[in-house]
Design a protein around this ligand. Sequence first.
Ligand code: GLC
Length: 797
Amino acid sequence: MDLRKALLTLRFVGLRTAFRAVRAARERDRWEGRVPPATPAAWPIVRPLETMTSLPDGACFAGPDAELEIRFLAPEVVRLTWTPGVLPPPYAVVRERLTEVSVSHERHTEGWSLESAGMRIEIRTDGGIRFRDPSGTIWREEEPPARAGQAWRHRVRLDPEERIYGLGERAAPLNRRGRIYRMWNRNPGGSYGPGADPLYLSVPLWLSLRPEGSYLVFYENPFEAIFDLGATEPDVACLTFAGGALRYFICIGPPDHALACYTALTGRPPMPPRWALGFHQSRWSYESAEEVRAVAQGFRDRDLPLHAIHLDIDYMDGYRVFTVDRRRFPDLPGLIRELEGQGIRTVVILDPGVKVDPGYTVYREGMANGRFCRLPDGTVYRGLVWPGWCVFPDFTDPAVREWWGDQYRSFVEMGVAGFWHDMNEPTTFVAWGEPTFPRGVRHAMEGRGGDHREAHNLYGLLMNRAAWEALRRLRPERRPFLLTRSGWAGIQRYAWNWTGDIESTWMALRQTIPTVLGLGLSGIPYTGPDIGGFSGAPTVELFVRWFQAATFMPFFRNHAAKGTPRREPWVFGEPALSIIREFLRLRVRLLPYLYTLAWEAAQTGAPLARPLFWLDPSDPALWEIEDMFLLGSALLVAPVMEEGARSRAVFLPAGEWYDFWSDRRFAGPGVVEVEAPLERIPVFVRAGSILPMAEDGLRLHLYWPSQGEGEGILYQDAGDGFGPYRVDRFHGRWEERALRIRRIWDGDLPWPEEGLRFQIHGVALARAHADGRPVPVEGQTVIAPLFEELIVEIDSI
Ligand code: GLC
């Protein structure tokens, strides 16, 4: 640990905890010494497979050291399981099969092959495996696995052209190839920058792109793993898992399809409440009801939209989770009501550590009923967090999840709208070494027993599961809103994420894009950074540029560490305040679009923020672009991430693009230099898109392409709950001097406004007809009743 980091830690945890952290580290080392080392000295390859037993959807193979089971879940999706090794409880994967598949089996001199309509798998007797698509192209080639003790090693050949994406939350380039990553959720210690690894949330999944196409692989193994993706040997991905069965899923197909399959297996991100897509204001900490009121008032006075305020740890009584400091928040329910009256939701932080304090009910009750994790000698494990010594619920026990979930009741009754789960890697403070439980700590693992080597990466996932299930129980009429720092595969079923304690530097702002995109490609669409970075003091310019970029990211929150200068928008003075106001208003205008993207994510797993290659995964020119991103399929966002820059180069992919600010039209592919004064960042709209925006009610913006077709979707419902909804799909066909838009819809919600307003960009309008009747045209806007077909004739382009 360098001196700066040591001082930062001291500032955050205080002197007393820092001293105790020495004791905590010593105790941890004592227990760690009893667990076998994670990395074995040699890797014996498993001896050849000898027999095959056919199954209707796959086959089983057996050899003297290992067994391999292969099962097709759909023609292009397959699950492979090498045993021995303990199988994971179904924490990540919630579906067994996607569609019926018929599989044919063949025996060859060198081994066997299995074939479905979407994939051919060739299994050599030595255990090497090749995956081909129906055209015969090889997608993936694996060497026979090796096993040492309980650990597995898996080597996969990499094509020279191959790019790799995903792996959960990483402070790494978008293309992960050429580096080593650790799958072990870890708090980097109050601050991190580009290159830090691992971070809080790992997902052992990658998406591989090659000129021939793409596939996704997900290793359903929560043990600590090392993914060396061509760092040591450029053409080999070498993965090691410290234990468990070597189980993995493969899906061949373009990124959108692969992610749809992955999220069909691990669950789709459910519809969030609409307010969650708005702006969140936070700080460690708003320490009293008066301070919270003053912040809300500050937003109102300056006409700044605000959707949620977050209460960090100081609202608690001595950092005891599920308590409220009554001196500083004498009437929290009253405050929450007051804020809600202003359209502001309250989100409170919760940490999993429970303070050791016999006078505190959660501790007493938990101890009496065996809710907390134990050391191998049967004593309850204690670790240090904000309150000092803590004990930790074992979320791998269903009874503990239920008990923990019941603790949310009082907050639900108080009207708390959302819960922010922190320190759930799980983190404990130690003076050196791993800032978490000793690996020998015992866990129930749904009754079959296991230890922290297996449960560690699952801890955050299961804390969120406990809360999600509780909120569905306690408040069934509302959609839960959970925000988590840690998680694993499947976390998208329960929670949003933020990217933790990123430093306040320009490099960190640049890192945010590949980090957010990488999470999206790992099935976790709702994420975003602390605007301005967590741990430092951004300059006015850095804060403004960060704010502008974050306006287009799924989770939009201003947050900062204790001891840093204040970050409410007005502290930056003018012109920053006016710029921030404009971007806040833009976010509000974008809500119908964002909400529709949320619905799409719930249907297909597609992330809201997407890499440019989403448009055309076969175009290598798009593979490594990580200083821009797409928001849905309509917007391309190119944040400014260089101090002093007042213009920047923007790569526009093939097609036509409109400058969002000026409506100027550009033809891609190509690079354009775009003006970016402090009050703007380059944003482009893909011609052919229909962008729904909230502007005095709803307004649909159509961007005219000189030829071809276009489309847009609009999802609407009450903004929360599980009531009626509607989906309107607009399909536009451009003829020489007219635009023909057809609308089809489904759902059970009546159209909530009087009619429809279309603003058409890029052309001058002559007249318009809705279902054969003339409708008014005002400048660029057509005002129509709800139609089936709208025909807009144009004057000029
Ligand atoms: C952790 C969180 C941060 C929070 C702080 C105090 O560092 O990442 O967001 O403000 O703890 O709760």
